[in-house]
Write a protein that binds this ligand. Structure first.
Ligand code: NAP
Length: 489
C-alpha cells in the first residue's frame, strides 16, 4: 500500500470527537486542520474540542468507571487481545495514515504500529495477573490482606512523534486495570488515535471507557479537567517544559501522575568497542523516527583511539540515507514535524559550527516543500555547544572525543545534563558495560544495542525526564491503587 491508498485511508477515519461511545462534532462547531509535513499541504480537518466537550468526555468516563471496574479482568484482557489482532490486520492502512500525518517513512510507521500493538497484547496478559496478598501480622492475630483496585478515571495526554504507540502504552494498562479515560492526542497527529478508537469499539470496548478529544488549545482545554477532582490519574508524554506545568496543576487534587518527558541521551563508544556494531547502533539510536524520539542519541562520546574510524564510517552511512516523502518506496528519512522544529535544528547546527565544530555530513535544511533537514554529523563539538545541552529532536549527531583512559570523564560528561531518560554504551567487555551502566543517571541503558524500547520492559526516566514506568510488569501499577484491609480473627 503506498501513495495511491492515501485518500481512501484518510476518508475512512472518523474526524469527530469520540465521547461516550458516539462520534460527535465539537459543541462550538470548531475544526482544526491536520497537515502533511512532507508537503506542507492540509490533509483534512477534525473537530476541535473546547472545555465543554472535554467535560462531556470526563462525564462519560466518570459514568462508566464503576461498571468498567467491575468487568471481569478476563473480559478486559480479551478486548485488548482483539484490538491487538485488529491493529496487526490493519497495519498497512494505519501505516499510510501515520506517514501522512507525521511524516516518518512507511517502514518506520510499520515498526511503530507493531510496537504499539504489542502493548495491547502484553497488557491483555497482565489484566488477569493483578494480585494481592494475605499475610500474618507480627502479633499473630491480625491478617494483612491487600488488594489492587483501579485508580479511577484517567487523563492521558500524548505527543505527535509516536502517534499510536504513546497512546497504546497508556490505554493498554488503563483498560487492563479497569480504568476509564479521556485521551488527548497532539493536534498535529490526531488521526492515528481516532483510527485506534474505531478499533477498540470493534474489539468490544464498552461506551464511555475511552473518550478521545482533540483540541486547538491544549492548555485551555485540559486545565479544567486537571482541576476536576474526578480525574484520579494524569499520564503525560511530552516535553519537560509542559510536564513541569502539569505536575504543578495536578497538585491541587493530588492526582496520581506519570511523566514521560524529554531526553538528552548520551551514546558512549569505549576504546574496546566493536566499531562496526557501534556504527549500526548509532544509526538506529540516532535516526529512528528521524531523530524525533525522546530516546534519540543526542550526544556521542567516543574514545579518542576509535574516534576517526567511528566518525568517518558513521558520517558515510548518514550521508547515504535517502531523505524524502515517507510514502515513496525506499525513503529512509522523512521530514521534521513542522517549520518551528526545523528552525530549531538549524539553529543548533549553526551554533555548533560557529563554536568550531566540523561538519562531516549534511549540515543544512533541504529545499522544496515539506520540512526536510539533511542527516548531519558534527565532529570536534566543543563542550559549550548548545546541541550538547538541548534535546535536538532532529537528524543531527554531534561527536565529542574523550581520552581512552578517561572513562570517568566520559561518565561525568554523560551525566552533566538535567535529563535522565536513556544512555547507550558500546564495549566488548560486558562487565565494564554493566559498571558504566550503573554509574549513569538514566532510567534505561542499552549495552551494545541502539534501541531499548519493548512492551515487556519498564520504560521511563529519572531527573527532568520524568517519573513512572510504562510497559513491563511495572506498567499496570501506574493505574492501580493498593488497598490494605486489616482483619482481626
Ligand atoms: P509537548 O509540546 O509537550 O506536547 C505533548 C502533548 O501535550 C500534546 O498533546 C500537546 O497538545 C499537549 N500539551 C501542550 N501544552 C499543554 C498544556 N498546557 N496542558 C495540557 N496539555 C498540553 O511535546 P511535543 O512537542 O508534542 O513532543 C515532543 C516531546 O515529547 C519531546 O520533548 C520528547 O522527548 C517527549 N517525548 C517523551 C517520551 C518519553 O516516553 N519520555 C516519548 C515521546 C516523546 P498539542 O500538541 O495539541 O498542543
Amino acid at each position: 500500500m503506498t501513495v495511491a491508498a492515501g485518500p481512501t485511508v484518510l476518508a475512512d477515519v472518523p474526524k469527530e470527537l469520540f465521547i461516550g461511545g458516539a462520534w460527535r462534532p465539537a459543541a462550538s462547531g470548531a475544526r482544526l486542520s491536520v497537515e502533511n509535513p512532507a508537503t506542507g499541504a492540509p490533509l483534512c480537518e477534525v473537530a476541535a474540542a473546547d472545555v465543554s466537550d472535554a467535560i462531556a468526555a470526563l462525564d462519560a468516563a466518570a459514568d462508566a468507571q464503576a461498571s468498567w471496574a467491575a468487568t471481569a479482568p478476563r473480559v478486559r484482557g480479551e478486548i485488548l487481545r482483539r484490538a491487538y489482532e485488529l491493529i496487526v490486520a490493519r497495519a498497512d492502512e494505519l501505516a499510510v495514515l501515520m506517514t501522512m500525518e507525521m511524516g516518518k517513512p512507511l517502514s518506520e510507521s510499520h515498526g511503530e504500529i507493531a510496537y504499539a500493538a504489542e502493548f495491547f497484547r502484553w497488557f491483555s496478559e497482565e489484566a488477569v495477573r493483578i494480585g494481592g496478598r494475605f499475610g500474618l501480622a507480627p502479633d499473630g492475630g491480625t491478617r494483612v490482606v491487600t488488594t489492587r483496585q483501579p485508580v479511577g478515571p484517567c487523563l492521558l495526554i500524548t505527543p505527535w512523534n509516536f502517534p499510536l504507540a504513546m497512546g497504546t502504552r497508556k490505554i493498554g494498562p488503563a483498560i487492563a486495570a479497569g480504568c476509564t479515560m479521556v485521551v488527548k492526542p497532539a493536534k498535529q497527529t490526531p488521526l492515528s488515535m481516532l483510527a485506534l478508537a474505531t478499533i477498540l469499539v470493534e474489539a468490544g470496548l464498552p461506551d464511555g471507557v475511552l473518550n478521545v478529544v482533540v483540541a486547538e488549545s491544549a492548555g485551555a482545554t485540559m486545565g479544567p479537567l486537571i482541576a476536576d477532582p474526578r480525574i484520579r490519574k494524569l499520564s503525560f508524554t511530552g516535553s519537560t517544559e509542559v510536564g513541569r506545568r502539569l505536575v504543578a496543576q495536578s497538585a491541587q487534587h493530588l492526582q496520581r501522575v506519570s511523566m514521560e518527558l524529554g531526553g538528552n541521551a548520551p551514546f558512549l563508544v569505549l576504546a574496546d568497542a566493536d566499531v562496526d556494531a557501534a556504527v549500526e547502533g548509532a544509526l538506529l539510536a540516532k535516526m529512528r523516527n528521524g531523530g524525533e524520539a525522546c530516546t534519540a542519541a543526542n550526544r556521542f562520546y567516543v574514545a579518542a583511539s576509535r574516534h576517526e574510524e567511528f566518525a568517518t564510517r558513521f558520517a558515510e552511512r548518514m550521508a547515504d540515507l535517502r531523505v524524502g516523502n515517507g510514502l515513496e518506496p525506499g525513503v529512509q528519512v522523512g521530514p521534521l514535524i513542522d517549520e518551528a522544529q526545523r528552525a530549531k535544528v538549524t539553529e543548533l547546527v549553526e551554533d555548533g559550527r560557529e563554536r568550531g565544530a566540523t561538519v562531516l555530513a549534511g549540515g543544512d535544511p533541504l529545499d522544496g516543500p515539506g520540512y526536510f533537514f539533511a542527516p548531519t554529523v558534527l565532529a570536534d563539538v566543543p563542550d559549550d555547544a548548545a546541541i550538547l545541552g538541548e534535546e535536538t529532536f532532529g537528524p543531527v549527531a554531534p561527536i565529542v572525543a574523550f581520552a581512552d583512559d578517561d572513562e570517568e570523564g566520559a561518565i561525568r560528561a554523560a551525566n552533566a545534563t538535567e535529563y535522565g531518560l536513556v544512555a547507550y554504551i558500546y564495549t566488548r567487555d560486558v562487565g565494564r558495560g554493566l559498571r558504566v551502566a550503573e554509574a549513569l543517571d538514566t532510567g534505561m541503558v542499552g549495552i551494545n544495542r541502539g534501541v531499548v524500547s519493548s512492551a515487556a520492559a519498564p520504560f521511563g526516566g529519572v531527573k527532568a525526564s520524568g517519573f513512572g514506568r510504562e510497559g513491563g510488569a511495572e506498567g499496570i501499577d501506574e493505574y492501580l491503587e493498593t488497598k490494605y484491609i486489616a482483619v482481626d480473627r
